[in-house]
Design a binder for this molecule. Structure first.
Ligand code: GDP
Length: 512
């Protein structure tokens, strides 16, 4: 079902008083827009592609056997079309009611289902909408879909409902991406991050930065209009410091990109160690301990065994490099079954040994090959417990190694002893280095988002340099600010969004 709160959120003029679904231009776009600090960003309708006024329909739930299915209808004629299939009709808006569903031509009963009608703009898409919950399975939803098409609706394309929601100002592009991420979320971290973005956490930050740039642009425009005021009412360093502040905040957002990528794809945890120390057993035990995630994300490695597990705070991409024995890539000369490539890509390395001496040896060999934190893992701890005193090598310490070891954990794949501590140690190390992924921290999770933020940062850096050191003329400097603003607007989806929309929604499922 769609989110009531967002529907309510659209009550206040999300359609600007125009007919729902209409994208007809009503005013020319001003050359320089100056808005107050709290102005909401809405899609720039003048530049948006024409939305079809047609009514779309789709089964919003996945195909296959299931108790219930939901069919969703949205568009200008959604209510009339529903009226040809649903009895009784009309229904009061936002009340769920059990109705008979019949084919419009034959009158044959398809099912009885719970129908909810929504008036524009208070719906997910901002259009007239009807949602029908029927029995699930293969036959009923398909028959209802066919009946609604026979009654005048068109089958929706992938992501078309959310696309209409964006075009009608119900959500911005970042939130639409979050809808996709929420549907695709397979880990708790991804779930949390997508929900934070859907709530507008990232959008609000980007909007605030855009508003700062609008203010700077206004100051520059003043400078252009009154160039004779040498020292002017707007000192150059005030503009410079405002710009530097935005630059700083862009840097903060961009730095979340690494954590965002880890939340999306899993933090790479490489299990390293000499043959037979118990790496594969540890890998299997960890996969059994945490919840394995079946993932479509293509593996970063082809010649190692990988599994993504949901370990709570972070999804972990465990890499067991045991399969590397036969490849040229193996760092045979150091006697450790892990390639430099994997160590370079790692976010955490588990340096394994079946005795403290072996752990020490592994840590010493691995540390120069990776920038990632290294956790010393003493495997087969159950054996050490059975024969205390046999394993008398000193614990790995700061003196033994060039860099401080983040953690040292003893585990047994056989009994499960220490596995929880190991997973906790990995999460702790990651959160310390990359910031804990909480619901309050907006993370930049997509390449598209990083690109726009990076472009804005490059433009502002160029502006600052020209403005400060080179004293370039104001109109030239203003171009940088405007381009930076354009990059942020593209990020939220306020300008030139057609290409961006195509890209964003191509990965959506039908019915969303
Ligand atoms: P790898 O070559 O490093 O991947 O090592 P394996 O996981 O194949 O393990 C090597 C041997 O050690 C196997 O015979 C395992 O059964 C054994 N082994 C692995 N982990 C444990 C453990 O926690 N306790 C005990 N007692 N034996 C283990």
């Amino acid at each position: 079902m769609t989110d009531e709160s967002r529907r309510d959120g659209g009550r206040n003029g999300s359609n600007d008083g125009r007919r729902p679904g209409s994208t007809m231009p009503t005013r020319p776009r001003p050359a320089l827009r100056v808005s107050g600090p709290r102005t909401a960003v809405r899609p720039d309708r003048e530049r948006l592609p024409q939305l079809g006024d047609d009514t779309i329909v789709a089964v919003a739930t996945p195909a296959g056997r299931g108790a219930l299915a939901m069919v969703r209808l949205s568009g200008r004629d959604a209510h009339q079309i529903a009226g040809r299939v649903v009895q009784p009709w009309p229904l009061p808006a936002r009340y769920a009611r059990l109705c008979a569903l019949r084919h419009p031509a034959s009158g044959e009963l398809i099912d009885r289902g719970v129908v909810t009608s929504y008036d524009a703009p208070e719906s997910y898409t901002g259009e007239q909408t009807v949602e029908i919950v029927t029995h699930g399975g293969y036959s009923v939803p398909a028959a209802l879909l066919a009946a609604l098409v026979a009654a005048g609706a068109r089958e929706a394309r992938a992501g078309e409902f959310t696309r209409r929601a964006v075009l009608n100002g119900k959500m911005d592009l970042l939130q639409a991406e979050a809808v996709g991420d929420l549907i695709d979320a397979r880990s708790q971290a991804m779930h949390r991050s997508a929900l934070a973005q859907l709530d507008g956490g990232l959008s609000r930050r980007v909007q605030r930065l855009r508003e700062h740039l609008v203010e700077i642009e206004a100051l520059l425009a003043y400078d252009i209009d009154f160039p004779e005021e040498d020292d002017g009412p707007v000192p150059r360093d005030r503009i410079a410091s405002a710009c530097a502040d935005v630059l700083l905040q862009l840097g903060v957002l961009l730095r979340t990109g690494r954590a965002g990528e880890m939340v999306r794809e899993g933090a790479v945890v490489v299990i390293a160690g000499a043959p037979n120390v118990g790496k594969s057993s540890l890998f299997n035990a960890l996969v059994g301990r945490a919840r394995a995630i079946v993932t479509d994300v293509p593996g970063t490695t082809r010649d190692a065994i990988e599994a993504v597990v949901d370990a709570g705070e972070w999804p972990l991409r465990l890499v067991d490099t045991a399969g590397l024995r036969a490849t040229d890539d193996v760092v045979e000369r150091i006697g450790i079954e892990v390639s430099e490539r994997y160590l370079k890509d790692a976010h955490v390395v588990l340096a394994c040994g079946d005795g403290w001496a072996a752990v020490n040896d592994c840590v010493r060999r691995v540390q120069p090959l990776t920038e990632a934190p290294v956790i010393g893992v003493r495997t087969k701890a159950d054996l050490a417990m059975k024969a205390p005193g046999a394993d008398d090598a000193p614990l790995p310490s700061d003196e033994t190694h060039g860099r401080a070891l983040e953690h040292v954990v003893a585990v047994s794949a056989e009994t499960g002893w220490g596995l929880r501590e190991l997973l906790d140690a990995v999460a702790e190390v990651l959160s310390r280095r990359y910031g804990a992924p909480t619901a309050e921290t907006p993370l930049v999770t997509r390449e598209r988002q990083l690109r726009s933020l990076e472009e804005a940062r490059t433009e502002l850096a160029a502006f600052l340099q020209g403005w400060g050191e080179e004293g370039i003329p104001t109109p030239v400097a203003a171009v940088h600010v405007r381009t930076a603003m354009g990059a942020l607007e593209e990020l939220i989806g306020t300008v030139d969004v057609e290409d961006v929309l195509d890209k964003v929604f191509s990965t959506f499922c039908v019915g969303k």
